[in-house]
Structures are given as structure tokens and as C-alpha cells.
Design a protein around this ligand. Structure first.
Ligand code: FDA
Length: 391
């Protein structure tokens, strides 16, 4: 093996580290991934019948207020001016989200100004003291009041968690933002947009360096493969972005995750729902939301089919063995296990655990990229330029 560094996982974390090490340090980097495509969960592909870019692992919207990350990502892609907005269907009516003055006035059939709406929500939320909330339902009511909770949070949360909100811990939500303006822009970040040529083109640009080799369909933990953990660790520095529990053969028990099932369908109409994301707040349908991907790229309308569209219904459930891990459940048991895995990871000199799976943390793309840049600065540069141990 002719590599100075092995990166396990070609998601944003792994590819960002690989690119920096190849360009700045001149290292030969070998990136392996067990999937048959690069890019991790941000991977996208153009659906052939409609010409629409579909995000295979769920909708990915890029947003950041981190100037360093924004400067960095702009080296590898340009961004459209897309601004994310979400709507929610509840009892046959469509409301704007996040809950804002438009949502409140439509829901209460009122014409409140900001002060009156704030007073109304405060009065309704007064039913329960936040500090006394003993479960998610009580916490949510203490923040936004029962009527808005029952409409927009209750059944949606139950579908997400397959659990009655009264049986979920209050800590699952820390705040429920309500905007007392008509602004329904979903993200508050300084920068937002979608990669002009798509996610896969962006990820391929990251890997496009003569010193980076990408090897797909290679599971680093499969000891029957020619390139695997047993033969590599200790010989060459490793950046591991797969699941931390799997790396240690689940010796401390498996960490729990929620996963998503996606049902993709091409429909014989140009426009199915008129917006990119429609949440379904009630329990009359089992899915949480429907994505209609053409609306992410209105600037591509000329290349999209004019009589077909592609939609994706999203269903949420607890992950079982073999499912894709998406969101950490993070129970008290998970947290105890994670601490045990962190101790084991400390003993694994020469291997750095990173990314969302390697750290058991939900990371947005800009966070994964920012974390990879910090690992490069704080660990890889000192190791490769000054000979400091890699820990
Ligand atoms: P990522 O999971 O992308 O990559 C890890 C890679 O490691 C995978 O390719 C995997 O195959 C590989 N791997 C694992 N084990 C291996 C092994 N043993 N051997 C070889 N390879 C192995 N973020 C955002 O900013 N805006 C958004 O809108 C969304 N939306 C979104 C929706 C959904 C449903 C999810 C689950 C996540 C998002 N995200 C997001 C988050 C985004 O997906 C996340 O930030 C990145 O995937 C993180 O990149 P990583 O490289 O850490 O992991």
C-alpha cells in the first residue's frame, strides 16, 4: 500500500481531510468507502425519467455562518440563491413553518400583530411551568401552548420517534422557536444555497487531486478484504469516519440510532405540491414529509421534465441491525456507552475518529466540514510537519 494516510469514509468529513492533506502536506491519501459511490449521505444523483437531482439519503440543504467553512466550500462548488422554506399540512390546511405570525394568525383565524401574538402564546404556554415539565409534551406546551403543540408537534414527533411524546424525555427539545414576524425562512445562517452542479459534482471536486485515490466497495472492518483495519492500523495513520461502536466490534453494546425509509415515486404531473418540502403534521398518514426535488432547483426548469415529477415520502423509525444510522437517539445508556468507546478510542494511537458516525453526533454538513478543518489544523499538521504523535 502506497499511502501516507488512510481515510475511512468518503463523506464530507473524510474528503475534506483528504483534500487538505493532499494539497497542503503533499501526502498520498487513500480513501476507502464501503458504499459503491463517494460522498456519504450527501450523495445525490439525477433521476433519469425527470432529469431532477434527488438526494438519495434525504434532502440536504447547505447553510452556514462559519466564514472559514464558507470560503473553503466555495473553492469546490458555486451555490445557487436557493432559500429553504417548509410548509405543513394539518387537517386539510397548509401552514408556513417554522411557527411564525402567519402560522399563528391562520391557525387562530386572527389578525394579531407581534405583541398580541406574543401575549397569546405566553398566556397559552402559562398552562405549564417549563421547569416543571416532566416529558416532551409538557415541555412543548410550556413553550408554545397546547393548541399549537397539538397541531404541529404532537403527532409529528410521535411519528418521528414511534413513541408517544408523553413517554419522551423533556430534554429532547430545548426550545421551540416562534417568530413574531411573517419571515418563514427556515435557516437563520448568513450563507445558504445549493451546489450549482449538484452534491456529487461538489464531492467529486473535493476528491479530484492527483495524490488522492478513492477505493469504493471496501469495508475497512471486513478482515477478509485486502485493505482492512487489522493490517493498516498501527502501520499508517487512519482517519476513521464509520460508526465508532462497529470499529470496536460493539464490545460495549450497540449505540442506538433512528433511521429513515424513503419511498421514491415518479408522478405523471409537472408539479405535485408546489414547494420542496411539505410536512404532514397529523397521524392520518404514516410519513412525516414529502420532498419534491425539482423545487430545490428552479433555475434548472429547462432541463427538468415538463410532464413528470419525482417525490420522496419520508418515514422515520428506530434503526435495527443493518439499517442506515441517521440520527443518534442518545439515551442515557447510549451516553454511557459512548464514554466507554471514547476511552477505547484514546488507546487506538494513530487513529482519529471523526464525522457524525465516528463521534455519534448529529452534524450538519458545515459542522462536519468545520470539524475536519480543525482536525487538519490541530492534529494532522502537528503530526506530519512536526512529528507529534497522532492522538
Ligand atoms: P457520512 O455519513 O456522510 O460519511 C461516512 C462514510 O463512511 C459513508 O460513506 C460510509 O459508507 C462510510 N463508512 C462507514 N463505515 C465504513 C467502513 N467500515 N468502511 C468503509 N467505509 C465506511 N446536513 C446539512 O447541513 N443540511 C441538511 O439539510 C442535512 N440533511 C440531512 C438529512 C438526513 C436524513 C441526514 C441523515 C443528514 C442530513 N444532514 C444535513 C447531515 C449530513 O448528512 C452530514 O453532515 C454529513 O453526512 C456528515 O458527513 P460525514 O463524513 O461525517 O458522514
Amino acid at each position: 500500500m502506497n499511502a501516507d494516510l488512510v481515510v475511512v469514509g468518503s463523506g464530507f468529513y473524510g474528503l475534506t481531510v483528504a483534500q487538505r492533506c493532499a494539497e497542503e502536506l503533499g501526502l498520498e491519501v487513500l480513501v476507502v468507502d464501503r458504499r459503491s459511490h463517494i460522498g456519504g449521505n450527501a450523495y445525490s444523483e439525477f433521476e433519469p425519467e425527470t432529469g431532477v437531482e434527488v438526494h438519495r439519503y434525504g434532502a440536504h440543504l447547505f447553510h452556514t455562518s462559519n466564514e472559514r467553512v464558507w470560503q473553503h466550500v466555495n473553492r469546490f462548488t458555486s451555490f445557487t440563491s436557493y432559500v429553504h422554506k417548509v410548509y405543513s399540512t394539518y387537517k386539510g390546511e397548509v401552514y408556513p413553518l417554522p411557527i411564525n405570525l402567519g402560522t399563528i394568525n391562520q391557525f387562530f383565524r386572527a389578525a394579531h400583530g407581534p405583541d398580541a401574538a406574543r401575549a397569546l402564546v405566553a398566556e397559552l404556554a402559562g398552562e405549564i411551568e417549563t421547569s416543571e415539565a416532566s416529558n416532551l409534551e409538557e415541555k412543548a406546551i410550556s413553550l408554545i401552548g397546547r393548541p399549537l403543540y397539538e397541531a404541529f408537534i404532537k403527532d409529528y414527533t410521535a411519528k418521528q420517534w414511534q413513541t408517544d411524546p408523553r413517554d419522551l424525555p423533556a430534554e429532547v427539545i430545548s426550545r421551540l422557536p416562534v417568530r413574531y414576524t411573517y419571515d418563514n425562512r427556515y435557516f437563520n445562517d448568513t450563507h445558504e444555497g445549493l451546489p450549482t452542479k449538484g452534491y456529487t459534482a461538489w464531492l467529486e471536486n473535493l476528491a479530484d487531486h492527483p495524490k488522492i485515490t478513492v477505493q469504493l466497495d471496501t469495508d475497512f472492518l471486513d478482515l477478509s478484504q485486502p485493505l482492512n483495519k487489522r493490517d493498516v492500523v498501527g502501520q499508517v495513520p487512519v482517519i476513521y469516519t464509520g460508526p465508532v461502536d462497529e470499529y470496536f466490534d460493539n464490545v460495549e453494546g450497540a449505540l442506538s440510532w433512528r433511521t429513515l425509509d424513503f419511498e421514491q415515486e415518479v408522478l405523471p404531473t409537472r408539479d405535485f405540491q408546489g414547494c420542496p418540502v411539505m410536512n404532514y403534521a397529523g397521524d392520518e398518514v404514516p410519513y412525516t414529509r414529502i420532498h419534491e426535488f425539482r423545487h430545490f432547483h428552479p433555475e434548472r426548469e429547462a432541463q427538468h421534465s415538463q410532464d413528470k415529477t419525482v417525490i420522496m415520502r419520508e418515514f422515520s423509525r428506530f434503526a435495527e441491525k443493518g439499517d442506515e444510522p441517521y440520527y443518534p437517539v442518545n439515551t442515557a445508556e447510549d451516553r454511557a456507552r459512548l464514554l466507554a468507546y471514547r476511552d477505547l478510542a484514546k488507546g487506538e494511537t494513530g487513529t482519529i475518529f471523526g464525522g457524525r458516525l465516528g463521534t455519534y453526533k448529529y452534524l450538519d454538513m458545515h459542522m462536519a466540514i468545520g470539524a475536519a478543518l480543525s482536525t487538519f489544523d490541530n492534529k494532522l499538521v502537528p503530526h506530519f510537519s512536526k512529528g507529534e504523535p497522532l492522538v
